[in-house]
Design a protein around this ligand. Sequence first.
Ligand SMILES: C[S@@+](CC[C@H](N)C(=O)[O-])C[C@H]1O[C@@H](n2cnc3c(N)ncnc32)[C@H](O)[C@@H]1O
Length: 255
Amino acid sequence: MYSTDLAYIHDAGFGDFAARAAPEVIRILRRHGIRPRAERFRGTTGSGRARRVVEVGCGSGTLARHLVDAGYDVVGLDISPAMIRLAREKVPEATFRVASLTKARMPRCDAVVAIGEVVTYVPASGGGTGVPPALRKFFSRVHEALEPGGLFIFDFIERGVWRTYPAKIHSGGDWVIAAHAELDAAGQILTRRMVAIRKVGRQYRRTQESHRVRIYKRRAVANALAGAGFTARMSRSYGRYRLLPGDVAVIATRR
Ligand SMILES: C[S@@+](CC[C@H](N)C(=O)[O-])C[C@H]1O[C@@H](n2cnc3c(N)ncnc32)[C@H](O)[C@@H]1O
């Protein structure tokens, strides 16, 4: 998943989502009292602890770059080693680890952020039409890691049918990708099949990947969050930045 060339293409051609969501995510953190160090101690001599944000599914580090620039400490986790390599180049000030959200040890923090449908990549075993056990456990580990009043910000897909498409082609300066997305009969799993070609030096490299992501019911996610100890609010946007059709943004506070 997100091997070298697909990670490169995601960063080069699809980084816009994280770049546009970032200022809104930072506004949400501030509004909930999670302010970067410079603002908390402006005009004082105190050094104070910087607020730490753990970004799960951090991809190539686009949001992490904005968070660090705003004055947060960032720990980024992603299952893709290629994504983590790009993130380390982009944000040398942050700490990055290759890890899956289903198993990762979560460091103590003030906020956990997982934008870009990261929680939909959880394996489909168990959970029926609800939230799979692996995701419930993740919610509990996020709760344990957060300081009291800490924030958990993420998004998921609730309407898979709005996210299907026949073959689509995107291209950039040195790459082209063809993709299509289809839903299973039960409407629970969206499969995106992608074939990419990237020019590296004088060679053209071909990569093929299939990503299976899960569709969740809003109520099931709300119940799982409540069970894990969160109070959650859901909407269709991060602040003024509207998500793709069928996506839901969650701002959950640790009780
Ligand atoms: C659609 S990309 C979004 C990347 C980034 N958050 C953004 O908005 O640009 C989904 C990311 O989730 C990561 N991912 C998928 N499954 C994961 C898992 N189980 N644990 C951690 N990261 C995962 C992928 O490697 C990928 O970087």
